[in-house]
Design a protein around this ligand. Structure first.
Ligand code: SF4
Ligand code: SF4
Length: 106
C-alpha cells in the first residue's frame, strides 16, 4: 500500500515523460541510490514533494513496516533530491556519458 498520494497533481507531467528517451546503463550502478533506513527518521521528507516526477514514495511492506521506495525509472536527472535531502540518504551522480535521459528541443 502506498502512503504518499501525490500522483494526481503531476498527471500532465507524467504524460510528457513518454516523449523522453532513456538510455539505461546496464553495466554501471544506478546514478541515484537512497538509504531508506535514514528515511525512517527523516524529519521532513522533502524529497516526496520536491521530486517533479514523484520518484520517492512510502509504501507499506508485507511485514507491515512503512518504507521509503525509490523508483528511478522516471527520474529526469534534475538533481533536486540531492539538494533537498540534508539527511545523507541520497547518493547522486550523473550517468556515464551517452547514458541516462536524452532531451530534445522543440
Ligand atoms: S529527504 Fe532524504 S532522508 Fe528524508 S525521506 Fe527524502 S531521501 Fe529520505
Ligand atoms: S534527480 Fe530529480 S527527478 Fe530524479 S529522483 Fe531526484 S528529484 Fe526526482
Amino acid at each position: 500500500m502506498k502512503f504518499t498520494d501525490m500522483e494526481d497533481d503531476i498527471g500532465p507531467i507524467k504524460d510528457k515523460l513518454g516523449v523522453l528517451t532513456y538510455v539505461t546503463d546496464e553495466e554501471e550502478h544506478a546514478h541515484i541510490t537512497v538509504n531508506s533506513q535514514i528515511c525512517n527518521t527523516c524529519p521532513h521528507h522533502l524529497c516526496i514533494s520536491g521530486c517533479p516526477v514523484r520518484c520517492f514514495n512510502f509504501f507499506e511492506k508485507e511485514n507491515g513496516k512503512i518504507e521509503m521506495v525509490f523508483n528511478y525509472e522516471d527520474c529526469v536527472e534534475c538533481g533536486t533530491c540531492d539538494i533537498m535531502c540534508d539527511q545523507g540518504a541520497v547518493s547522486w551522480h550523473h550517468p556515464r556519458g551517452s547514458f541516462g535521459i536524452q532531451y530534445e528541443q522543440g
